[in-house]
Design a protein around this ligand. Structure first.
Ligand code: SF4
Length: 349
């Protein structure tokens, strides 16, 4: 059984690699990009989920119609892809992670499309302006087939949209493997010169349970000579924090969606190569935000790669029996999170 689970991790690594090749091959490698969190006067269309091709089709089909397209949830990193950011009406990001959709979607006065998982039962305030496509669906919600988003565009035109310009805060995205490796020399020098003491990969799934403020606090308390890499929905706990930079290298680097764990793995492997050491010996700690069975394949990939000392929280997955936990602790030294202060002290000494 153990071997089978490791094989699952290996196959998921290959699946993420293929997805990465498809996305970067078609849309180019993400580049550092500033994304507004506010809105623009005009009609509005919100795209959530993960599917870049659906987003591309929506951008193509809504172009030149006075509609601004916004991302929600895991779509945020798509602003960094050259093949998508070229659309002038691809404006900004609205809202945070999946568990906040009732509140956030109720306040969005445009059409909404869910391209992948993590939809919640729509409430009355937006059940007529939400659409699903691809594998995602909900009884009673209009489903888009064959990438023809005409009903979505029509709905966006029908609705009021935003009445004013309110640019709001901005966040940076686009620090996937290509962007980080292009400054690898500067990063390596900063580590050698002791300007960067440690890297934290803080990410994973988000959820509504209390206790997830740990991740916000952890990032806020991470010392100024440390760099935080992030990915997936967990980032919404701190994605708009201004952490500054270390010699021009931003202290908060958004690698991308949950599936972009592939990119994070490549960055870790490249650093290990540059420092001539194993990934487990790097000044890198992985702090995962866990939500039941979601994204479990990514955790299995990390185990398959032999990555140790992962901290998981705010609670362990329900399927982890005492026996499974023993195996994970024995082989990978998996540990629960405690408090940000305790964990930072344990990691940094
Ligand atoms: S990171 Fe987790 S919660 Fe977010 S979309 Fe991916 S699977 Fe869902």
């Amino acid at each position: 059984m153990y071997d089978l689970v490791m094989k699952c991790g290996a196959i998921n690594l290959r699946a993420m690699e293929l997805l990465d090749a498809g996305n970067t091959g078609h849309y180019g490698h993400p580049v550092p990009t500033k994304v507004p969190l506010g809105h623009r006067k005009g009609k509005a269309l919100l795209v959530s989920g993960h599917d870049l091709m659906d987003l591309e089709k929506i951008l193509e089909q809504s172009e030149g119609k006075g509609i601004y397209v916004y991302t929600h949830g895991e779509m945020l990193p798509t602003h960094g892809y050259p093949g998508l950011k070229k659309y002038r009406h691809f404006y900004g990001h609205y809202g945070t992670a999946w568990q906040n959709q009732h509140r956030e979607f109720s306040q969005f006065s445009g059409a909404i499309v869910m391209t992948t998982n993590c939809i919640q039962r729509p409430v009355e305030s937006y059940e007529d302006n939400i659409f699903t496509t691809g594998l995602v669906g909900w009884p009673g919600v209009a489903h888009i087939e064959d990438k023809d988003f005409t009903p979505v565009v029509e709905k966006a035109l029908e609705m009021p949209g935003f009445e004013d310009d309110a640019p709001g805060k901005t966040v940076m995205v686009g620090f996937a493997r290509n962007a980080v490796m292009s400054v690898a020399g500067a990063v390596i020098d900063a580590v050698k010169d002791k300007k960067i003491r440690h890297f934290f990969l803080v990410g994973g799934c988000d959820g509504a349970k209390p206790g997830r403020s740990y991740y916000t606090e952890f990032v806020e308390k991470a010392p100024e000579d440390t760099v935080v890499l992030t990915l997936a929905c967990g980032k919404f706990r701190f994605f708009d924090k201004k952490l500054g930079d270390i010699g021009g290298i931003p202290r908060l680097l958004d690698i991308g969606q949950c599936n972009d764990a592939y990119s994070a793995i490549q960055i870790a492997l490249a650093l290990a190569d540059a420092f001539e050491m194993g990934v487990n010996d790097l000044p890198l700690s992985i702090i995962l935000s866990w939500y039941e069975q979601k994204a479990v394949a990514i955790l299995l990939t990390l185990f398959y790669l032999g990555i140790k000392d992962i901290r998981l929280g705010p609670s362990l997955p329900a399927f982890i029996t005492p026996n499974i936990l023993n195996v994970l602790v024995e082989k990978f030294n998996v540990m629960p999170i405690f408090t940000p202060d305790e964990d930072l002290k344990a990691i940094l000494g």
